[in-house]
Ligand binder design. Structure first.
Ligand SMILES: [Ca+2]
Ligand SMILES: [Ca+2]
Ligand SMILES: [Ca+2]
Ligand SMILES: [Ca+2]
Length: 264
């Protein structure tokens, strides 16, 4: 009986471990830009070497949301974002920024994860659509940002640059998230989709809920081999996959414990 009890306890501890160790912060990679992309809404060739981050986390809303895929590049002074959005109706009729179609970027350069924006290097950046001006909080504006926009058959493309508050360097991990908001035309936001698994809807005021991206070196000039690895790493690094690995590990250990019990 004692043995049964200790095995049950061991399994319970492992299950608890699995739950608490789940790493829900999304992690991705940015590629160093050898030359700066042109911020005009036309996708430069160099973007093809950058892994995608997808907005899979629905913060609120019902129905089919607008979704986006974002790529990040960087150099010593600047972060560059490219977001390809699927949105069947472009709308920026509302007088309030957050009720319009838009892409928002959230940056915490030193990844300090403050529960409030730190007034040092945290920024909330908003790219408007179809001539709607960009806006930004937590940084100087408009000197630090530039925005390009283009409509596509399935939505739109945003290209965006943000001049960093401090010099950026390879290997640096910055706090980051992006959000795609969608209005279907009545001037009220319908859905919002984020990249970071831990997103709470507070990313406009709380830098502790951002994901993380690592500033990697320039892409392999010969082709996509290095890029492919980077993309696979990005997927492997998400919290969901880490949780899955721990869950499988727990099942294996629990199965081992049961076997041990049967043997005794
Ligand atoms: Ca461009
Ligand atoms: Ca829309
Ligand atoms: Ca910070
Ligand atoms: Ca609406």
């Amino acid at each position: 009986m004692k043995k049964v009890l200790s095995v049950v306890l061991a399994v319970a501890v492992l299950v608890a471990f699995t739950t608490t160790v789940s790493l829900a912060v999304s992690r991705g990679e940015a590629v160093k830009a050898v030359t700066a992309p042109t911020i005009d809404g036309t996708i430069d060739d160099m973007w093809s070497a950058v892994p995608e981050l997808e907005s899979t986390i629905k913060l609120f809303g019902t129905g089919e949301p607008a979704t986006g895929k974002t790529k990040v590049m960087w150099d010593e002074s600047t972060l560059y974002f490219l977001t390809v959005v699927t949105d069947n109706e472009i709308s920026h009729t509302s007088p309030t920024n957050w009720d319009k179609d838009c892409v928002e970027y959230f940056v915490d350069e030193d990844n300090s994860k403050g529960a409030e924006y730190d007034s040092v290097d945290d920024a909330h950046l908003r790219a408007g659509v179809d001539g709607d001006p960009a806006s930004a909080e937590g940084c100087a504006f408009p000197e630090q940002v530039a925005q390009g926009f283009a409509k596509t058959e399935t939505g739109y493309v945003v290209e965006y640059s943000y001049k960093a508050m401090n010099p950026l360097k390879e290997g640096q991990v910055i706090g980051f998230d992006f959000m795609v908001s969608d209005d279907q035309g009545d001037g009220k936001r319908d859905t919002a989709m984020c990249w970071n698994e831990d997103a709470t809807g507070d990313n406009w005021r709380d830098a502790s809920v951002f994901g993380e991206i690592e500033l990697k070196g320039a892409a392999d000039t010969k082709g996509t081999a290095e890029t492919k690895d980077a993309a696979e790493d990005t997927v492997a690094d998400t919290g969901a996959d880490v949780s899955a690995i721990y869950a499988v590990g727990t099942i294996l250990v629990a199965a081992g414990a049961a076997l041990q019990l049967r043997r005794k």
